[in-house]
Design a protein around this ligand. Structure first.
Ligand code: ADP
Ligand code: ADP
Length: 230
């Protein structure tokens, strides 16, 4: 778990905009695939078709062989973490409570939730009990994104969908977050789709890099080493 296949996937919005055009793409389990390309090249749309925030107008998205269109949306999203550029934290809940959001919805018992939250906060190098901020407003942008990553990982999702997750973090903080996220991915073995417009980030983080152009066309799909040697 979990392999993702885009099978001739297309998305045309009602106004006629073609966001994704006839995409065939396989993402191996445990792969970290980065999606890079100019603004408007369909990267976000592509990501959102995996968790059904957007429905394709042609083709199918398969997770472990099952068309996501036939999977209950709640069950589908439970198995996937989703991190966007500005993660929305609950301002009146502590950092730990924010990370515990989904375990609580799932009624994990208190001890299991507490242990998991502690584990996650240390994974993303943020331990509010020992030092530092307790509430979202006390956090820097980079710390907020760390909390967002921790929250998304809380229930051991097999898939992480990340849309410019480090885009709003200042340049110094961004590099350390990128490196740490790469380490976290190596440890957890989650399948990751990560959208960025930063080619350096795409090359640094990706096992493979998918390069998109306007109209949602996949121009290149290559390992960082191959891309860099061109
Ligand atoms: P990217 O993530 O690469 O910036 P998007 O997937 O956000 O690309 O957008 C791809 C294209 O689809 C763009 O032309 C964008 O304006 C358009 N688009 C995105 N969302 C919608 C929508 N809800 N309705 C109409 N057009 C949209
Ligand atoms: P804006 O009008 O740009 O959203 P805000 O004052 O709401 O300005 O937010 C300033 C910064 O704090 C933004 O980068 C935003 O992403 C972040 N931010 C605000 N609220 C939250 C929240 N609840 N969770 C995470 N980040 C937040």
């Amino acid at each position: 778990r979990a392999h993702i296949r885009f099978d001739e996937v297309g998305k045309e919005y009602p106004d006629g905009t073609v966001a994704v055009a006839g995409l065939d793409l396989d993402v191996a389990q445990h792969e970290l695939l980065t999606l890079v390309g100019p603004s408007g090249s369909g990267k976000s749309t592509l990501l959102r078709m995996v968790n059904r925030l957007v429905e394709p107008t042609s083709g199918r998205v398969l997770v472990d062989g099952d068309d996501v269109a036939g999977v209950d949306e709640v069950r589908l999203r439970r198995g996937m973490g989703y991190v966007i550029q500005h993660v929305g934290l609950f301002p009146h809940r502590t950092v730990a409570e924010n990370v515990a959001t989904v375990p609580r919805l799932l009624r994990w018992d208190r001890r299991r939730t507490r242990d998991r939250v502690a584990e996650l906060l240390s994974l993303v190098h943020l331990d509010p009990e020992l030092h530092g901020p307790r509430y979202p407003h006390e956090l820097s942008g980079g710390q907020r994104q760390r909390v967002g990553v921790a929250r998304a990982l809380a229930t051991h999702p097999a898939i992480m969908l990340m849309d410019e997750p480090f885009g709003a973090v200042d340049p110094e903080g961004r590099r350390s977050l990128q490196t740490e996220f790469r380490r976290i991915h190596d440890d957890l073995g989650t399948t990751v789709l990560l959208v960025t417009h930063d080619i350096d980030e795409a090359v640094l983080l990706g096992d493979r890099v998918a390069v998109f152009s306007q109209g949602g066309n996949l121009e290149q799909l290559a390992t960082p080493a191959t891309l860099l040697s061109r």
